[in-house]
Design a protein around this ligand. Structure first.
Ligand SMILES: C[S@@+](CC[C@H](N)C(=O)[O-])C[C@H]1O[C@@H](n2cnc3c(N)ncnc32)[C@H](O)[C@@H]1O
Length: 218
């Protein structure tokens, strides 16, 4: 399972069983209940590669500190992290980029059930194609997609001025080897103030996971 988690294999994007589970566990509009249902589904029914509660705590702390209004997420999967952010900051607008065929339908169904669908826009595309076409700069960018693309897509974000001055970049799973070049690059930049948070891996507490938070201060 650990190797599968690292490689991102075997994750569920099966809409019907997941929605049926969520609707049994949480009432419509109950975002914390929907998030809890996704967490238990991911540890008891089928492997899921959503953020999980430890990374969620770090993300929510960043949201409380920086209160971003325009949020970009790269890698939405089932929409867990978008739901966290929509619930933590109801006045924010979230744009998510997701390239898989199945995830957007799953996200849409969950966002509608949680009644946050007005707050979240889904762009189905590869990040490298979508970033240059985005209409604005974002106060927070959450990167949780292919770890080996973090550095490439971060470079595109800056090139196209998609991260606002004083904006925050949050990147999940930076302990994985594929994210090493990105982490080292960010830590070497004088225009970013970087913290790496380490916590137990969701579903496998003997292992650690980590999330990078970088504040852009050019
Ligand atoms: C770890 S999951 C995201 C989990 C999500 N943040 C959550 O908490 O539910 C990674 C997602 O990134 C997507 N992805 C991977 N590479 C991508 C790319 N280049 N552009 C857009 N999406 C990508 C995958 O399809 C997958 O759904």
């Amino acid at each position: 399972m650990r190797l599968a988690q690292q490689l991102g294999f075997f994750q569920t994007t099966d809409l019907e069983p997941l929605m049926s589970y969520v609707t049994q566990q949480a009432a419509p509009g109950d975002v914390p209940g929907v998030l809890r249902a996704l967490e238990t589904y991911g540890t008891t029914v089928a492997y899921m590669m959503h953020l999980g509660p430890h990374a969620r705590q770090v993300l929510e702390q960043v949201l409380r500190e920086h209160r971003p209004r325009r949020i970009l997420e790269i890698g939405m999967y089932c929409g867990y992290s978008s739901l966290c952010m929509a619930h933590a900051l109801p006045s924010s607008r979230i744009t998510g980029i997701e390239h898989s065929r199945s995830s957007p339908a799953l996200c849409q169904a969950l966002f509608a059930y949680a009644r946050v669908e007005q707050q979240i826009e889904i762009i189905r595309a590869r990040a490298e194609k979508a970033i240059p076409t985005l209409p604005t700069a974002y106060d927070l960018v959450l990167m949780d997609h292919n770890k080996s693309l973090y550095l490439q897509d971060f470079t595109l974000l800056l090139l196209h001025q998609r991260l606002a001055m004083g904006g925050v970049i949050v990147a999940d799973n930076v302990n994985l080897g594929a994210a090493k070049a990105f982490t080292e690059h960010l830590q070497s930049r004088p225009d970013f103030s970087v913290t790496v948070h380490v916590f137990p891996r969701h579903g496998d507490p003997e292992q650690t996971d980590s999330m990078l938070v970088g504040v852009y201060q050019p």
